[in-house]
Ligand binder design. Structure first.
Ligand SMILES: Nc1nc2c(ncn2[C@@H]2O[C@H](COP(=O)(O)OP(=O)(O)OP(=O)(O)O)[C@@H](O)[C@H]2O)c(=O)[nH]1
Length: 358
């Protein structure tokens, strides 16, 4: 429970993406604190080197201080602090504890990927400054000899350490790339959904209708099947808006689209293609069958009561135009035919279904 609290430090009031970065920073800071603390114990108890143990304990406390910055709401400061402590720690490890033969300074390569992972995308200044500092410190360590290390290591141990550092670097790069790939995939899904969905009703939008509807028509033509379109438009919708306001008008669109959706089959494509204009593409459906479905929809719309607070509930009606795809090669043409039928329905006095005839 306490750990959960620590992981959530500083997360309050931030966007979803920022929160996941803050939590990840806290997790990494906690893990680093624990690892650094264990190293201190190791120096103290097993290697009997209280000097190194004390210095390392100082770094352990400094890592933990990242969470204190988070707690005070200094999110960017906490991240910068963490990476700065890490870089100084690496410098001390490589140039004070041991020598660059250990390869400890290769850990500097963790900084750029880590910074790009943990900072917000717009915080380029911080990311670039930390990356530049890590490259500079790496080069400094690489070209500096430590003649009096606090811990003397033989060549075999240095070699082992070197390989473990390379391994950890590789694991970190794979980990960071996996997270980025997942984020890109989730963003792509979200964008595709937004680009194809009508935000008010949650139905397919005009763009999605033409993309998917064209595929449906092509498929139907290939298999010599008939596809029908039912186009519907609310009657006197302007007067609903004028009388009850746009909020109620919107509610009306949502309520009625749910009623119509309840009649649609799974294979039908139901879309909102204009303000108060909707269309249903029905595969494997001929003109008479589509007419029957449209009639059921018309009846259901006219009977559905729109609940409004503080005023008398009301009902609304819609007019329907139906067209079928025999001999029609393009969805645009089919929609024009359904539109002509809809126009006739409006002419006939509205709240009725009309079929397209050439
Ligand atoms: N509340 C709301 N109104 C919308 C939306 N989109 C379009 N409208 C309104 O729908 C009304 C359509 O009006 P008209 O095209 O004159 O049609 P109508 O009043 O339904 O009359 P007929 O179609 O001839 O029966 C306009 O007042 C638009 O402002 C929307 O998303 N929400």
């Amino acid at each position: 429970m306490q750990i959960k609290k620590l992981i959530n430090l500083g997360a309050e009031g931030h966007s979803f993406a920022a929160v996941s970065r803050i939590k990840l920073t806290n997790i990494i800071a906690l893990i680093t604190t624990v690892i650094s603390g264990l190293y201190s114990l190791n120096y103290w108890l097993l290697l009997d080197n209280s000097g190194v143990a004390s210095i390392n304990l100082g770094f352990t406390v400094a890592y933990f201080a990242t969470l204190a910055f988070m707690h005070r709401g200094h999110v960017s400061g906490a991240k910068t602090w963490f990476f700065s402590v890490l870089m100084v720690h690496l410098l001390v490890c490589t140039n004070v504890y041991v020598t660059n033969q250990s390869g400890f300074h290769l850990y500097y390569f963790l900084v750029p990927t880590g910074a790009f992972l943990l900072f917000e995308l717009h915080q380029r200044r911080e990311m670039l400054a930390l990356s530049a500092a890590s490259v500079g410190l790496f080069l400094y360590c690489e070209n500096t000899l430590n003649l009096n290390p606090l811990i003397e290591l033989d060549a075999a141990t240095n070699h082992l350490l070197y390989q473990s550092v390379v391994l950890v670097n590789m694991i970190e790069v794979v980990f960071v790339l996996t997270i980025f790939a997942r984020q890109i995939e989730a963003n792509e899904k979200q964008l595709t959904l937004q680009a194809s969905t009508d935000s008010l009703t949650g139905l397919a939008n005009r763009h999605c209708f033409f993309a998917e509807g064209n595929e449906m028509l092509e498929h139907a033509n290939k298999l010599h099947q008939t596809m029908s379109l039912v186009l519907l438009d609310f009657d006197y919708f302007k007067s609903i808006n004028d009388r009850y306001g746009h909020v109620v008008g919107d509610l009306c669109l949502v309520e009625i689209s749910k009623e119509i959706n309840a009649i649609c089959r799974e294979q039908d494509l139901f879309a909102r293609i204009g303000g108060e204009e909707f269309v249903i593409a029905m595969p494997k459906t001929n003109l008479e069958q589509a007419q029957q479905v449209a009639e059921r929809m018309r009846e259901r719309v006219s009977k559905h009561i729109i609940p409004i607070v503080g005023e008398a509930n009301f009902t609304c009606t819609a007019s329907f135009g139906v067209a079928s795809s025999s001999d029609v090669k393009s969805l645009k043409t089919l929609l024009q035919q359904a539109d002509k039928a809809l126009y006739m329905a409006k002419e006939q006095g509205r709240n009725c279904v009309q079929l397209y005839s050439a």
